[in-house]
Design a protein around this ligand. Structure first.
Ligand SMILES: C[S@@+](CC[C@H](N)C(=O)[O-])C[C@H]1O[C@@H](n2cnc3c(N)ncnc32)[C@H](O)[C@@H]1O
Length: 287
């Protein structure tokens, strides 16, 4: 049974306001630690996203919450705070031209020479897993055409909540509508419980994807290897230009020479000092 709802507490949280001082304390911290820019225009958004945390912690003011986050006892709350603060919008086959490019241009070139090769690809800022599993579907299809080919997908995010969802690999049916039926049949399992309108990625694909928590602001990223391809799409838009440039440079340290780097459709490297050469809009090669 669910615990009784404390309407008094809910009303107090509803009436509470995030003061400009407390907003600044938190937004400075989020920017310094996670790179996510929080201009004053985002105050109301931050306030409404944090309401849930206040409710769960039985707190009635944002000041109490922020004091708690910055206290010794509240260190673990930072993980929950970043879960509600980060924007995790994603989709299967999002910006599908990138996946077409992988299978029709990149992979034939990668496999030229006819020797056994394993592609190492990183979904950096993978959210709840739709992007790395789309990679895995596309690459598994290519494996069927070329038995010398194999792949490994590394997928990272700062938010533990989305990473948990990604590892579970269970998605509502409407989230997978975009996937062509022939691929759904091969790579998705229906829930045994027919009342549940959800599907799960097949184990053969799940085994190919390794998830990890990585903060782009860390000085070093813990990665198992250097990569042939890195996707860092729709992540850098939340950072300012200086941070974007630093993060791209750091990511390039883990990209092999000649490796490919993909950005989201509204992101660019114009006038940045980064070791990348444009191949197509949003597709780059490591110099
Ligand atoms: C909008 S999603 C993009 C997901 C996917 N790449 C796509 O294009 O569909 C952006 C992701 O970046 C993650 N992110 C934000 N700041 C980060 C940081 N400092 N380090 C690592 N990941 C971060 C967020 O948690 C979020 O899941």
């Amino acid at each position: 049974m669910n615990p009784p709802v404390d309407t008094n507490l809910i009303n107090k949280i509803f009436e509470a306001k995030l003061s400009s001082t407390d907003f600044l304390r938190l937004s400075n911290f989020i920017y310094t630690e996670y790179g996510i820019k929080m201009p004053p225009a985002k105050k109301i958004m931050l306030q409404s996203r944090l309401q849930k945390r206040l409710r769960e912690l039985n707190l009635t003011s944002y000041k109490q919450y922020i004091d708690f986050v910055f206290s010794k006892e509240g260190q673990h709350e930072i993980i929950n705070m970043i879960d509600v603060v980060s924007t995790n919008k994603t989709d299967f086959f999002r910006e599908s031209a990138h996946f077409d490019y992988l299978s029709s241009v990149f992979l034939p070139e990668f496999m030229r020479g006819g020797i056994r090769k394993t592609l190492k690809i990183w979904s950096a800022g993978c959210s709840s897993g739709e992007e790395p599993y789309t990679m895995a579907i596309v690459l598994a299809e290519y494996m069927l055409l070329n038995p010398l080919f194999d792949f490994f997908v590394y997928a990272t995010d700062i938010s533990t909540k989305v990473l948990q969802k990604a590892v579970t690999a269970v998605y509502a049916e409407d989230r997978v509508e975009i996937i062509p039926m022939s691929l759904k049949r091969k790579y998705l399992l229906r829930s045994k419980d027919k009342t549940k309108k959800s599907v799960r990625i097949v184990p053969q694909l799940r085994q190919k994807v390794m998830f990890n928590r990585v903060n782009f602001m860390d000085s070093n990223y813990s990665t198992p290897d250097n990569f042939d391809v890195i996707f860092c799409r729709n992540v850098l838009i939340y950072f300012d230009r200086e941070t974007q440039e630093k993060v791209i440079n750091k990511l390039c340290n883990y990209l092999k020479k000649g490796g490919f780097f993909f950005l989201g459709h509204s992101e660019s490297i114009t006038n940045m000092n980064v070791p990348l050469q444009q191949v197509k809009p949003t597709i780059f090669r490591r110099i």
